[in-house]
Design a protein around this ligand. Structure first.
Ligand SMILES: NC(=O)c1ccc[n+]([C@@H]2O[C@H](COP(=O)([O-])OP(=O)(O)OC[C@H]3O[C@@H](n4cnc5c(N)ncnc54)[C@H](O)[C@@H]3O)[C@@H](O)[C@H]2O)c1
Ligand SMILES: O=c1ccn([C@@H]2O[C@H](COP(=O)(O)OP(=O)(O)O[C@H]3O[C@H](CO)[C@@H](O)[C@H](O)[C@H]3O)[C@@H](O)[C@H]2O)c(=O)[nH]1
Length: 480
């Protein structure tokens, strides 16, 4: 029986391994992690992450050919194929701080593999890493090899949160990069055989190691760039009276452009886009390519601009101050159908509102008060370290309260900001919300989920990203 061990039981390690286990009943899959609470949660009825369809997959194979364990060394020693899916945060100190990937967790995983291995191993990079990481890992492993043969493969993950199970069941492509040596190609073939249990052969792409590593960063950079492009257009739409949804639809009909990833928003969030672009920028700089680095940096600048532009709209619409005013925030997760808040635009928007002395009342169907308070208190990039290394009880931000109901959040509020596109926000009783708010009552829709015309009929002043502005908003300065 082929044995797979995955180091790192996070958003990627957990779901990817669960899907391998369900699709390959003859393979034993063990997911290991240094975090005991995380492993305990994977072994319980309440999984550590919320992902539609994940519970069913885990329940179907856990205890049969899928296991979660903290006994990292034992399972690594026994495995034929080791996936490494540990954190690769942005460095906050030293060389490359604020941009470069911190490979501490990766390196310690590689050294541990070298320490405990007694048989040949295929080591698979599942984490997103800088180009040429495989070379560094190879060096660590071969310098400590004790005669063991290691083959390093790059197999980046393209799943998106909220649709992880769907994406893993039917991936657009699986990418495997390996050395162009007989040993390297044999390892590529072995991993290909795992995926071939359910992925059509034409969807499994094989490349050299560096192309696979770079393709992951490139894919995220291209996707994020589309969002920054449409968000840049949204500012111009507001200034000219064009409607960004109509512009997106019109350009998306061009088959060369395509319709996906053209939704204007308050900004992109999530654990990957910003981190991976910063990483790409750093690699460009290290390779003496400042123009290329600046090109990609602009994607992040526009994203930051979009978030602060939103806050400015809120403040300037309300007579240039939100001091002491209650602002309801609906949605805190970085997108719908996930409880993940990593790099969510809601953090920057809430910090901006709090900075202007607003009283912020937040409701999100999947995010706890504890998580929100941690996010608002945490330093930039700290979220991307294993849980036990994060600050445990950050000081709560007093101006922020978290409630479990949208109506409660909006009660007595001057304004409502919609920051995540949860479906339930489309179906709220906005008449009831209006009746219980201060007047004039404002809705700032950062995701274009509400029917602005209906809300205007109720009496709201509505701001929708990239849409023609209400008379009220036209008279207010757009950007402070
Ligand atoms: N989240 C996504 O949607 C996504 C998608 C594609 C790629 N990625 C990349 O995959 C990697 C993992 O991301 P994630 O979202 O799953 O992160 P995560 O923080 O959810 O999980 C990482 C896990 O690794 C564990 N860990 C760290 N060092 C360890 C060690 N030495 N031994 C054992 N366990 C260790 C941590 O405790 C943590 O549980 C990152 O490189 C990320 O950029 C993430
Ligand atoms: O038209 C759009 C599409 C997305 N977003 C926002 O962009 C962010 C990222 O969304 P999405 O890409 O759907 O989620 P992620 O889970 O971050 O997935 C991205 O990052 C992963 C980690 O690398 C990759 O594996 C995926 O392929 C890539 O889509 C979210 O805040 C979305 O709200 C928009 O604002 N407008």
């Amino acid at each position: 029986m082929v044995k797979i061990c995955c180091i790192g039981a996070g958003y990627v390690g957990g779901p990817t391994m669960a899907v391998i286990a369900i699709k390959c009943p003859a393979i034993e899959v063990v997911v290991v992690d240094i975090s005991k609470p995380r492993i305990d949660a994977w072994n319980s009825d309440t999984l550590p992450i919320y992902e539609p369809g994940l519970d069913d997959v885990v329940k179907a194979c856990r205890g049969k050919n899928l296991f979660f364990s903290t006994d990292v060394e034992k399972h690594v020693a026994e495995a034929d194929i080791i996936f490494v899916s540990v954190n690769t945060p942005t460095k906050t100190r030293g060389l490359g701080a604020g941009k470069a990937a911190d490979l501490t967790y990766w390196e310690s995983a590689a050294r541990m593999i070298a320490d405990v291995s007694k048989s040949d191993k295929i080591v698979v990079e599942k984490s997103t890493v800088p180009v040429k990481t495989a070379e560094a890992i190879e060096k660590i492993l071969t310098h400590n090899s004790k005669g063991i043969n290691y083959q390093i493969l790059s197999n980046p993950e393209f799943l998106a949160e909220g649709t992880a199970i769907e994406d893993l069941f039917k991936p657009d492509r699986v990418l495997i990069g390996g050395r162009e040596t007989p040993g390297g190609q044999k390892a590529v073939q072995a991993l290909k055989e795992v995926y071939a249990h359910w992925v059509p052969e034409e969807n499994i792409i094989t490349t050299n190691l560096w192309s696979a590593e770079l393709s992951k960063l490139a894919a995220n950079a291209f996707l994020a760039q589309r969002i920054s492009s449409v968000n840049a257009m949204s500012a111009l739409c507001e200034a000219t009276g064009a409607n960004v949804s109509e512009v997106s639809y019109a350009i998306g009909k061009d088959s060369r452009i395509g319709p996906k990833f053209l939704n204007a928003s308050v900004g992109f969030g999530g654990s990957c886009f910003q981190k991976d672009i910063l990483n790409l920028v750093y690699i460009c700089e290290c390779n003496g390519l400042p123009e290329v680095a600046n090109y990609w940096k602009q994607v992040i600048k526009i994203n930051d601009y979009q978030k602060s532009r939103f806050v400015n709209r809120v403040v300037s619409s309300m007579f240039n101050t939100v001091s002491g005013k209650k602002i309801a925030v609906l949605g805190f997760a970085f997108k719908k159908d996930t409880g993940d808040t990593r790099e969510t635009p809601a953090i920057d928007v809430c910090k901006g509102l709090v900075g202007d002395k607003a009283q912020v009342s937040i409701y999100d169907p999947q995010v706890t008060e504890e998580q929100i308070q941690r996010d608002l208190a945490m330093n930039k990039f700290d979220w991307d370290h294993p849980m036990h290394l994060q600050p445990t009880s950050p000081t709560a931000v007093k101006q922020v309260s978290v409630v479990w109901d949208a109506y409660e959040a909006a009660k007595g509020a001057h304004g409502v900001c919609i920051l995540t596109e949860w479906d339930e926000f489309k179906k709220l009783d906005y008449q009831k919300i209006f009746d219980n708010m201060q007047k004039p009552a404002f809705v700032f829709d950062g995701r274009n989920v509400v029917d602005a015309e209906k809300l205007r009929e109720i009496g709201f002043i509505v701001y929708s990203i990239g849409k023609p502005l209400d008379g009220w908003l036209k008279d207010m300065p757009a950007v402070a």
